[in-house]
Design a protein around this ligand. Structure first.
Ligand code: IMP
Ligand code: MG
Length: 184
């Protein structure tokens, strides 16, 4: 399908292969996830930990759909390079300031690909003795990784394509798109 003028205006003329999840589809899914998380934590302290930068839009929408008390913090991990495949190296650039001990932690990630980013972070976070540690990922490329029991809340099982928009970038571009598109 040809890229629409509306999309081309937002991308600066870069064509996309297709829109995989439109705004309405994403909003409905985020509402469902919020409800699921609300029900999963009837008691205890809940800390929603956003993995920057990719989760920034998702996290903002998600926490407004969780109808119970919670706290929000962020952490920053960076994988090297601007390519379209994940490099396997992860650096921790910002460490959450909030105390993690004894809290139920939901780590919010935009997309799970090989799972390397998350595996590294889970080790670091488990050392801080949270009451529980689960992952909420908007997108999960399930074919790209071995099963990960911590990935408890999943929006969509994503195709093995390179996706951009709603927080997801390609070399820092396209994070602002309100939909998720297949770039290639
Ligand atoms: P993993 O460590 O291989 O699971 O890669 C996870 C990270 O790679 C995500 O947090 C994204 O930043 C990035 N990533 C993986 N797949 C995509 C994609 O399709 N589009 C944009 N970023 C992606
Ligand atoms: Mg990224």
């Amino acid at each position: 399908m040809p890229t629409s003028p509306d999309v081309l205006r937002r991308t600066g003329g870069r064509t996309v292969k297709s829109i995989v999840y439109d705004e309405e589809t994403i909003a409905a899914k985020v509402s469902d996830l919020g409800l699921e998380i609300t029900r999963a934590y009837p008691t205890g302290e809940l800390l929603v930990l956003g993995l920057l930068k990719g989760s920034f839009i998702f996290l903002g929408d998600l926490v407004r759909k969780i109808e119970r008390p919670l706290q929000v913090d962020f952490l920053v991990a960076s994988s090297y390079g601007a390519g379209t495949t994940s490099s396997g190296h992860v650096r921790l650039l910002y460490d959450p300031e909030t105390r993690l001990e004894g809290k139920h932690i939901v780590l919010v990630e935009d997309i799970v690909d090989t799972g390397n980013t998350l595996r590294r972070l889970l080790g670091v976070l488990k050392d801080r003795a949270p009451a529980s540690l689960s992952i909420c990922a908007l997108l999960d490329k399930v074919e790209m990784h071995a099963p990960m029991p911590e990935v408890r809340f999943v929006g969509f099982e994503a195709p093995p394509a390179f996706l951009v928009g709603y927080g997801l970038d390609h070399a820092e571009d396209f994070r602002h798109l309100p939909f998720i598109a297949d770039l290639m």
